[in-house]
Design a protein around this ligand. Structure first.
Ligand SMILES: Cc1cc2nc3c(=O)[nH]c(=O)nc-3n(C[C@H](O)[C@H](O)[C@H](O)COP(=O)(O)OP(=O)(O)OC[C@H]3O[C@@H](n4cnc5c(N)ncnc54)[C@H](O)[C@@H]3O)c2cc1C
Ligand code: FES
Length: 219
């Protein structure tokens, strides 16, 4: 959670994008239209202090028996999957990263992760497959021992409807509006097949099949 200046009473949640040299933490974020917090963050300069607290909640969980990892990123969801990809490649796993966006993202394409197979999909056809990232998933399902996704709610809803993904081990990192980030305000509560869960403490990572998607609204 990042404190984003005096105008933002509540901190804003962000994923860890990268950790380099065991000490440098990188965030990768979109500056939202009318977004007070992300606007404030984007105006920080080298040497400025930013109040962060975390890490909070859980993370993706890779089984010791898994070798082939399929990562599915939608839009800014690439922020957290970068970290997972780099970490798992160091451990000797094979990583295929499917990245979908509305249009070509030169920033991401300029920072490909060495060793990872990187495949893009763009809705306007400016890079890779012309269409949605979910179109690419079926051809990698057999290869993958586990699937990890981070992206917008419509992407997860599409994945939850895919018959090929039923009974496959799929973990998704949820993005919901958060208040405190510490399990106090209940602002991040969602319905799962195991009952109510708080995304900030019990998540943000859940099994795809555990979330009751019909009950979840976009932020
Ligand atoms: C676990 C978690 C991890 C996240 N990691 C990242 C990350 O790594 N990079 C990143 O860019 N973002 C990430 N987000 C989303 C990020 O927290 C929001 O974009 C941020 O809080 C917006 O703050 P703001 O003050 O700029 O906007 P606000 O002033 O809070 O909102 C401005 C406008 O944008 C809308 N809005 C707010 N949040 C979102 C959203 N998530 N999507 C669409 N519209 C929104 C609001 O409804 C409002 O209309 C993450 C969210 C969660 C829950
Ligand atoms: S954000 Fe307050 S309980 Fe989760």
């Amino acid at each position: 959670m990042a404190n984003c200046g005096h105008d933002c009473i509540l901190p804003r949640p962000f994923s860890v994008h990268r950790v380099t040299n065991y000490k440098n933490l990188e965030l990768y974020f979109a500056v939202l239209e009318d977004g007070k917090g992300t606007d404030w963050l984007s105006k920080r300069e080298a040497g400025d202090n930013i109040g962060l607290f975390g890490p909070l909640g859980n993370g993706f969980s890779v089984r010791s028996t898994s070798q082939n990892l399929l990562l599915v990123a939608g839009g800014m969801g690439i922020a957290s999957l970068y970290f997972l990809a780099e970490d798992e490649l160091k451990k000797g796993h094979s990583v295929t990263l499917l990245y979908g966006a509305a249009t070509r993202n030169p920033y991401i394409e300029g920072r490909l992760i060495p060793g990872a197979k990187f495949i893009t999909a763009t809705e306007d056809g400016t890079s890779g497959h012309h269409g949605k990232v979910t179109d690419l998933i079926p051809q990698y399902i057999e290869w993958a021992d586990q699937i990890f996704a981070c992206g917008p709610l419509p992407m997860y809803k599409a994945m939850a409807r895919m018959p090929e993904l039923k009974s496959r081990p799929v973990q998704v990192s949820l993005e919901v509006r958060m208040g405190c980030g510490r399990g106090v305000c209940y602002g991040c509560t969602i319905k799962t097949r195991q009952g109510l869960r708080q995304v900030c403490q019990d998540g943000p990572v859940f099994n795809l099949e555990d979330v009751i998607w019909e009950e979840l609204a976009s932020v």
